[in-house]
Design a protein around this ligand. Structure first.
Ligand SMILES: [Ca+2]
Length: 284
């Protein structure tokens, strides 16, 4: 079970990392070794209020047309990223809603991904959607196959307050869905507004359903810890990370939320042990 953290998966699957490195080389993705692939990427959304975050160095890298630095809220420093959603974004919003972070290099089977970020939803913000499958794209990591073609995202969705759970993980294209990947039961959890909310996400990238790991914490509470596919093939790689970028279904109202303090790292040396679970994460 994924709870067993007595071993360091980074070093116990070296054969996978070698195979992955070979595949990367074949695919022309720099051919970095597992150690060379480690990076730490941070964005603190410090910038001039009103300026589009993708036009400065401390925000999104692209597809962030309606995402601006704002001093209305800040988790740290003096500004955050203000993310504006419009009713006209229904079944769309790409290029406007949220944005994309471009990782320094690709990651492969056997690599780890630690992400930590904070969100602020003002009181009255609505997470629910109608239509579009009833699920809103929240945090996603892009994966591609050895030839560079889209191989499906690692998706964390909002499921809606009328569902059995607030969130759901799915590896697109894996064929694996099901209740085990739903988390934060609505019987005991709700979407949090009027306060900063911090998410930690951990992926162990693997195409074997028994090897891949997905973990999600919210405000220090471990909400999901499962083994599942996080890649669809052993030669697949991940690259960019997305916050929103597309609203499935009908947008309920024009609304705004904020994001701040992003860290995405593939280097376990940057992680620490959660005292409550004994698992590696990036802290509260
Ligand atoms: Ca900030």
């Amino acid at each position: 079970m994924a709870n067993n953290q007595s071993h360091d998966t980074r070093t116990t699957v070296a054969e996978d990392r070698v195979a992955a490195a070979v595949s990367l080389s074949v695919a022309g993705v720099k051919g970095l070794t597992a150690t060379e692939r480690r990076y730490t990427y941070t964005r603190n959304f410090e910038g001039t209020p009103g300026v589009r975050t993708s036009e400065a160095s401390d925000g999104f890298d692209g597809s962030a047309g309606r995402s601006f630095f704002s001093s209305t809220q800040a988790k740290s420093g003096t500004t955050s990223g203000e993310l504006n959603l419009k009713v006209s974004d229904s079944n769309s919003g790409f290029g406007m809603w949220g944005g994309i972070f471009q990782m320094p290099n690709a990651l492969a089977q056997g690599d780890e991904v630690f992400a930590k970020f904070s969100m602020y939803y003002p009181d009255g913000f609505i997470h629910d959607t109608t239509g579009g499958g009833g699920a809103v794209k929240f945090f996603r990591i892009y994966s591609s196959d050895g030839s560079g073609a889209n191989a499906g995202y690692l998706d964390i969705y909002w499921r809606g307050s009328n569902s059995s759970h607030l969130y759901h993980f799915i590896k697109e294209g894996s064929g694996i869905v099901g209740p085990a990947k739903a988390f934060a039961p609505t019987a005991t959890h709700s979407y949090l507004t009027g306060q900063w909310v911090t998410f930690n996400v951990y992926y162990y990238l693997h195409s074997d359903e028994s090897q891949g790991v997905v973990r999600v914490w919210r405000d220090g509470e471990l909400l999901l810890d499962v083994n599942t596919k996080t890649l669809n093939g052993p030669e697949h790689i991940t690259s960019s990370a997305y916050l929103f970028t597309y609203w499935n279904g009908t947008v309920p109202q024009d609304q705004t939320c904020y994001t701040d303090e992003w860290t995405i790292t593939s280097d376990r040396n940057q992680a620490e042990i959660d005292p409550a679970t004994g698992l590696y994460w990036l802290g509260e």
